[in-house]
Design a protein around this ligand. Sequence first.
Ligand code: UDP
Length: 446
Amino acid sequence: MGNPHVLVIPFPAHGHITPLLELSQCLVLKHGIKITFVITDDNRERVMHSLATNDGLDNQIRLVSIPAGPKSQETMFEEHAFSSMPGKVKQIIEEINASDNDNITCIVADFLLGWGMQLAVEKGIRGVVFSGNMAAGLVLISKIPKLIDDGIIDKDGNITKKQMLKLSPSMPSMSPSHFPWASLGIPKLQKLFFEFASKNNKSLELADWVLCNSAHELEPATFDTEPKIRPIGPLLGNNLSTNSRPEDSICLKWLDQQPLQSVIYVAFGTTTFLNQTEFEELAMGLELCNRPFLWVVRSDITPNLKDAYPDGFQERVGSRGLIVSWSPQKLVLEHPSIACFLFHCGWNSVLEALSNGIPLLCWPTFADQFQNENYICNVWKNGLGFNRDDEKIVTREDIKNKVEELLNNEMYKANALDLKEKLMNSIKESGCSYTNLNSFVEWVKT
Ligand code: UDP
């Protein structure tokens, strides 16, 4: 076989691109493996910037772009799952393999892009499924046929039995209402996601390797249930997820001025939205806490942001609170002034917080976020969830109470620090994730 050349295909959304960029960075810099990274036009500039500001990676990872396609979540799924993306990627492979002796030898595709493995088989190339989420999410997908047989869901993914269940005897109990497709809120999206997930079972079977950005120490029962899934995380590239923006230095300078372990950091990732009532309760909850806070308020987090803050809120909290539209999150979570992180339970944010021993306050809204919350609150016990009122709203009083409970009970910080140590050991030489990644690299090179 010629030199290894890996084609990496992320699902075109921020939270999916970042871990695959981190894996690519590691394969290029530490192992000298050639990478071609498939990106949609709308993400190209951001990814180029990230690569250029990290070890000159823009010269080492080759980006190929394809047209962005539709923007809404619904149409994006349809487009990328079933229509244009597979054909365009096939063309890319054919062009590369026809033009030089640098043939693609391996495809690494996001687990949402099941067609990636069919393409690998068709082209006689090795195939690897990569999941940037918890391995428990992959196990859930692999159990879909059994869930249908057991009458827990129907063939369209609708829940027919509501009681708690376990995916294997040693895995934690979960509620069917927290299946990722069941919590999307939009029926068409739910149907598409479920179809997607069901089809992807096949790709797990076809794949030579299934890699996951998690660690054995985080979900040992999951990896025992599905030994084909190999954890290689946490993948912690330099600062690849972050575009440097003016807010960066403002956040870090402001944090420098706050007492140690005093600040509540609040951020909801890239695609979680709050309605007006949720936004107002969050603002009032932060005001009631009477502690310093750094709050990332994306310009699209709530409709009509200009009028969304409660009257007089900003004047009342004054310099105790810093509000920015984006933060350098990895650097923020490393800062010694951070006391806790109130967030949406996105998996990248979970790993970034765990890697820094930060206790968590969970406000999940959709997809895998509920499963992640379940592990935080009931398995790892390094955080707390919120109670919702009759309208399913998190209230200001509950925010205040949970912040106090989290910060006044040393167990949460102790558990968070324990997890941090386990995760760091996992990526050290001879740790489980380190060993898996090295075995994978050896396989890619042979
Ligand atoms: N992020 C960031 N600055 C922010 C908010 C988020 O750098 O102000 C990054 C964060 O570090 C993480 C990613 O955006 O790497 C969000 O991914 P996650 O899986 O947590 O959530 P998603 O956006 O996919 O829902």
